[in-house]
Design a protein around this ligand. Structure first.
Ligand code: C5P
Length: 305
């Protein structure tokens, strides 16, 4: 969907609608705990073509935020409101009405909330005539959350540091034609909890550096089957131990011709890659018979056309 805008004199939009995407981590390799409490990591982030929608319009003053999902907070704890407040603190104007139409599940390891924060920064910057530079947006985004800078571009990217130091990568041609199936059970996982639990899993806490460059080089070489063997997520150690269902999802996908299956981010979404739509849809159809119908399930091409 293309962004829509209503134009006012001087060609500043009075209102604007943008889509706000999500991601999976093809790799999330934690390298150790830092003195600031965060974890140093290397991650390969890949956008997924599933979208929330954010609408922005100019208001006299303050931020008026509404959301289609009544379970989400509307106050300053919502990343959309945090992003709007950070934007106005930086450039002194953000009287705006913002509406979020939510489709991406929360606490799912898909970065939906981080995407909403980044899209809010992009939307307000557009609405007010681009007062902030790209560098300023990146700086504000990093202060809002480790995954937020990635969503300013939503391109395949290497994330370093705590995940906020993003290098955009060229698309991997061997992934075109690959379909991704996502299943999110009817519970979420707390990201801080998952990271804190790592202390019980020293091997996962202190991953071997270099996995990211190895995976990127293999994807670039076009050897998809070898690349699939290099996908890895350190946070599976604590999360799968507490939620064994997530391991059962992975086994299920592998029995249904998945090339690979892994948890995304801190969970609770499991994703699986398939060679084409037919195999992906066959797996999707088989899920309810085995796992009931309370799971959120979807299948899309990994690389948007
Ligand atoms: O940066 P973000 O707000 O997404 O992080 C949520 C929480 O996840 C942090 O408060 C921290 O507990 C944990 N985290 C971490 N190391 C990272 C990213 C997140 O410990 N690299």
């Amino acid at each position: 969907m293309a962004p829509t805008a209503t134009l006012a004199p001087f060609f500043l939009p009075m209102s604007l609608t943008l889509r706000s995407g999500c991601k999976v981590n093809l790799l999330l390799n934690i390298l150790g705990k830092r003195s600031d409490g965060f974890h140093e990591l290397e991650t390969l982030l890949h956008p997924v073509g599933l979208y929330d929608e954010l609408s922005f319009s100019v208001a006299d003053r303050g931020v008026q935020f509404t959301c289609s999902d009544p379970s989400l907070p509307l106050d300053g704890s919502n990343l959309v409101v945090k992003a709007a407040n950070s934007f106005s603190a930086r450039c002194g104007r953000a009287g705006a009405r913002i509406h979020l139409h939510k489709r991406i599940p929360a606490a799912a390891g898909l970065g939906g909330g981080s995407g909403n924060a980044a899209t809010t920064l992009l939307g307000l910057n557009e609405l007010f005539g681009r007062p902030l530079t790209d560098a300023a947006l990146v700086e504000i985004a990093a202060g809002l959350g480790s995954d937020v800078p990635f969503f300013l571009r939503s391109k395949p990217a290497l994330g370093l540091g705590r995940g906020e130091k993003v290098t955009v990568l060229d698309p991997f041609s061997c992934l075109s034609g690959v379909w991704i199936v996502l299943v999110r059970p009817n519970f979420g996982v707390s990201t801080p909890w998952a990271y804190q639990e790592l202390v019980k899993y020293p091997v996962a806490l202190n991953g071997r550096p270099g996995r990211a460059s190895e995976l990127i080089a293999t994807l670039r070489s076009g050897d998809l089957s070898r690349a699939c063997g290099l996908l890895y997520n350190s946070l599976e150690a604590p999360v799968l131990a507490k939620y064994p269902l997530l391991e059962v999802f992975q086994e299920f996908f592998l029995h249904h011709q998945a090339l690979v299956s892994l948890m995304s981010g801190s969970g609770s979404t499991t994703f699986a890659l398939f060679d084409g739509e037919t195999a992906a849809q066959r797996a999707v159809k088989a899920i309810p018979a085995k796992f009931g119908d309370t799971n959120w399930i979807t299948a899309v091409p990994l690389v948007a056309s």
